[in-house]
Design a protein around this ligand. Structure first.
Ligand SMILES: [Zn+2]
Length: 299
């Protein structure tokens, strides 16, 4: 959607209400209490409808990021449009300027848009051959932790470092990715077999073929109902199909995005950013990505 198309399509608040009823309710808005289709738009409250049958008042945006927001729908939609059109993401400062909101509001909007990008309903969707891999994201320890920057820690990379572990799974057939921050467990152990298995099982059917590297925590997979194949890096040429190149290339996109656009991301918001890049990746060929995101705005 170009900016002109966007402006034509969403020229008023009412046009957004109409669009939303079309894509979210297939044009048939019904009372969320009694199911009656005799509902009318309240003149005094833009987002509210009233049921003629049972008198129920309801917001058509119930449970979405728009429901309680005092920011206009046009600003929201414009922000989403900008966010999706900038292939690499957008900063709070840029959104503040372009949409005309305060920095605080811009920051909150971005956070909520990323929340809408979270994978929903992906249970058992992966069932062909999947690749699983882990990566580490994060910067150097903060200044106050400088004492920890001894030689022992300074050069540590990957497993055993201070960075945040992230697990990623890619389905080779659907080419969809699922990635999740995997914080250390209560005993401060990182990436235990149990943890890997639990994240894999969120989206992958038992019995699926899973390819990983030789990290020992993956050994649990073959005992847990998956067909587990390991990449053998000691061989000069890997067997044709036994590789994790797809998930590794996603890590490249994710890291370039996070380090390049956002510079650094705290552990607290890491999953939010991973959601953004996973959504962009999973919808890279989706021409209706805007509609997809709007339908996904339930929190
Ligand atoms: Zn009703």
């Amino acid at each position: 959607m170009t900016i002109l198309e966007f402006q034509d399509k969403f020229s008023t608040e009412q046009s957004i209400i109409n669009y939303y009823i079309q894509i979210k309710y297939n044009g048939n808005l019904c009372c969320d209490h009694c199911g009656s289709d005799k509902v009318y738009h309240r003149k005094d409250k833009l987002k509210m409808y009233q049921c003629e049958t049972c008198n129920n008042n309801f917001s058509i945006f119930k449970g979405t990021i728009f429901e309680k927001s005092s920011t206009s729908l046009r600003k929201w939609f414009y922000a989403i449009h900008l966010f999706l059109n900038s292939k690499k993401g957008i900063s709070g400062c840029q959104l503040q300027r372009e949409v005309g909101v305060t920095y605080k509001t811009a920051w909150r909007m971005l956070k909520q848009i990323r929340t809408a990008m979270a994978s929903k309903g992906m249970k058992d969707v992966f069932s062909s051959t999947v690749e699983i891999d882990e990566t580490y994201i994060g910067g150097k320890p903060r200044k106050k932790n400088k004492g920890m920057q001894t030689d022992e820690f300074k050069n540590k990379r990957g497993r055993g470092s201070f960075k945040t572990p992230v697990i990623g799974i890619i389905d080779r057939t659907s080419k969809q990715v699922y990635a999740k921050v995997a914080l250390p467990n209560e005993n401060n152990q990182k990436l235990t077999g149990k943890q890997l298995l639990s994240i894999l099982s969120e989206v992958t059917k038992t019995g699926t073929t899973v390819i990983s590297d030789e990290f020992r925590s993956y050994n649990i997979l073959s005992k847990s109902g998956f067909i587990h194949l390991k990449v053998d890096h000691s061989k000069e040429f890997a067997k044709d199909e036994i590789h994790t190149n797809n998930i590794e290339s996603f890590w490249g996109i994710l890291k370039r995005g996070i380090y390049g656009i956002y510079h650094s991301v705290s552990v607290k918001y890491m999953q939010n950013y991973i959601n953004e890049f996973s959504f962009r990746y999973n919808n890279r060929f989706n021409e209706n990505i805007f509609d997809t995101l709007i339908k996904n705005t339930h929190q």
